[in-house]
Every structure is written in structure tokens, then in C-alpha cells.
Design a protein around this ligand. Structure first.
Ligand code: DCM
Ligand code: DCM
Ligand code: DCM
Ligand code: ZN
Ligand code: ZN
Length: 255
């Protein structure tokens, strides 16, 4: 996702934090975040081109069918989850990680794993090589899913206000999706994080919605926008719910 997508995922997550999580996150956030996790969820995109952070760039996506890549992507989420667990008293460790960075990476990667084209095909770099028009605008399919669908939704339905769009997702979570939320939160085998099913869902959605009727040179317009926006909205909401559920499991002090 672009900035708006990551902000939405983290803002939705914040609304589902349990008390222990509120306290732990507040302690870990850098001062400039001003108490808002959502304010730092794009940080991994801002630093990923710097020499010392280059190694984190490939962890933002996992193109299929590269099995090893897929594995590494999910492993990044397990890795940062474990770092945070080590300091939360839920596991023993003598290693001192930078837990502020771990929180920001986990929050960002949890968003990206829900963007279907972050699990796209390796041959087209997750849609980056598929040049399309978004209405009159020349772009590529990856950017359509990172940014354009969200941008058009803001302009068309939300008076260009991201908080209004987030509010609408929160309302859907309390109404239409309320029966699904417990299954989104659940994680098998008592694990704190379970990214693998999220990645599988993304691959499936990439084929069924993102790539469908969107070959190179296509002009994507109203039909594509109206039929794909519900997918984007649901993935942002699921990302938020699952980020909150994961952080709640990490920071819970309940026995
Ligand atoms: N991006 C950013 N700041 C930068 C460089 C990139 O916010 N200095 C954003 C723009 C793209 C997004 O990163 O929309 C793509 O990254 P990803 O989808 O991996 O999150
Ligand atoms: N990306 C991807 N798959 C690739 C390469 C890149 O999903 N094989 C994503 C990461 C960014 C966006 O595409 O969100 C643009 O990549 P970059 O910022 O590296 O130009
Ligand atoms: N379709 C789509 N996106 C488009 C055009 C069409 O998702 N930009 C859908 C409409 C039909 C299916 O794909 O369900 C087949 O469309 P067509 O008849 O255009 O091949
Ligand atoms: Zn992207
Ligand atoms: Zn990213």
C-alpha cells in the first residue's frame, strides 16, 4: 500500500487494541508519532532505499510462485513478532532489539501482506511491469492497487477525507463484517502471528480481481473501480483487525 493504505490499516488496528497493548505501544512509539501508531506505519517505505536498510526492501512483498520468497515474507512477520514477544515478558531473551523499529516493521508488513499484488507474479514484479491507464492517467497495475483505487474512492465517496473513509470502514466492521471479525482475529496453534493464510488469500485475490481484465495497455475505469474497491476496503479492514489481534497476543499480560 501507499501512505493512505498503511495509515488506514494502523488507524483501524488502534481502535481494537486491548489496554495492555495501548500501554506497550505508547511506550515504544517514537516521540514524533505523538501517540499514534498510524503516524509511523509508512516509515519502512521511507527508509527502504537507504544503504543500511536496503535488505528490508524485499520483505515488503513476496512474488509467487517463488516459494522461498513467500517463506521469507512470512518469516519477516514472525521475526518481528518474536522480537516484540521477547521484550513483553512473554518469552525469555537476552538480546536487545530495537523494539520501536520492530513495531513499525511489523505494523507495515501486516498491511502489505494484505495488498493482493504484494503476492503477485514474479514475472511482472507484482503488476509493476503492467502499464495501464487509470482513467486518463498513465500508471501501472501495482500502483492502481497501492494508491489509485483508494485515491479515487476518497475523491468519489469521501470528500477527499481519509478520516471519513476510515470511519466508513469502522462502521462496516461493526455492522456488515461483525460476524467475520472473530475469524479474522483467530490464529491457529496458539501462535501470536499467522501470516501464511493472509498471503494465500492475497494470491487468490490477485488472480480473481487484480489481474483479471487488466492486461498491459488496458484502460481501467468505472467498472474496474466499482468492482475492486470492495476488495481493497475489506483487505484494509482485515489488515487492521489482524494487526490489532497480533499486537494484543504479543502484549497481553493475561495468564
Ligand atoms: N514511498 C513513501 N516514501 C518514500 C518512498 C516510497 O511513502 N520515501 C511509498 C510510495 C509507494 C509505496 O511507498 O506508494 C510503495 O511501497 P510499498 O507498497 O512496499 O509499501
Ligand atoms: N513490489 C512488488 N513486487 C516486486 C517489486 C516491487 O510488490 N517484485 C512493490 C514494492 C512497492 C512497489 O512495488 O510497493 C514499488 O516498488 P519500489 O518501491 O521498489 O519501486
Ligand atoms: N470485468 C472486469 N473488469 C473490467 C471489465 C470486465 O472485472 N474492466 C468483468 C465483467 C465480467 C467479466 O469481467 O464479469 C468478463 O468481462 P468482459 O465481458 O468484459 O470480458
Ligand atoms: Zn506496493
Ligand atoms: Zn511496504
Amino acid at each position: 500500500w501507499g501512505d493512505d493504505g498503511h495509515y488506514s490499516v494502523c488507524k483501524i488496528a488502534q481502535g481494537y487494541f486491548e489496554e495492555d497493548t495501548v500501554v506497550a505501544v505508547k511506550k515504544l512509539l517514537p516521540e514524533y508519532a505523538d501517540g499514534e501508531l498510524a503516524a509511523v506505519c509508512s516509515w519502512p517505505d521511507e527508509i527502504k532505499k537507504l544503504p543500511q536498510w536496503r535488505w528490508t526492501s524485499a520483505l515488503h512483498f513476496a512474488d509467487t510462485p517463488d516459494y522461498k520468497c513467500n517463506y521469507e515474507y512470512s518469516r519477516a512477520i514472525f521475526n518481528y513478532t518474536n522480537q516484540l514477544m521477547s521484550a513483553s515478558g512473554n518469552s525469555q531473551s537476552i538480546v536487545h532489539y530495537n523494539l520501536t523499529e520492530a513495531l513499525m516493521f511489523l505494523s507495515h508488513y501486516m498491511g502489505d501482506i494484505h495488498q493482493p499484488l504484494h503476492e503477485g507474479f514474479i514475472g511482472d514484479l507484482g503488476g509493476n511491469k503492467i502499464k495501464v491507464h487509470w482513467y486518463n492517467h498513465e500508471t501501472n497495475l501495482h500502483r492502481v492497487w497501492d494508491d489509485m483505487i483508494i485515491e479515487s474512492a476518497l475523491v468519489t465517496y469521501y470528500n477527499s477525507s481519509l478520516p471519513r473513509m476510515i470511519q466508513s470502514l469502522q462502521t462496516k466492521l461493526e455492522n456488515g463484517w461483525s460476524n467475520d471479525v472473530p475469524s479474522w482475529e483467530s490464529c491457529q496453534l496458539n501462535q501470536a502471528a499467522c501470516p501464511n493464510p493472509y498471503a494465500s488469500e492475497s494470491i487468490d485475490l490477485a488472480c480473481k480481481y487484480a489481474y483479471k481484465n487488466a492486461t498491459a495497455g488496458t484502460t481501467l475505469g468505472d467498472y474496474y473501480f466499482v468492482s475492486r474497491l470492495p476488495v481493497v476496503e475489506k483487505r484494509l479492514a482485515q489488515g487492521g483487525i489482524r494487526l490489532a489481534a497480533t499486537l494484543n497476543r504479543i502484549f497481553s499480560t493475561k495468564p
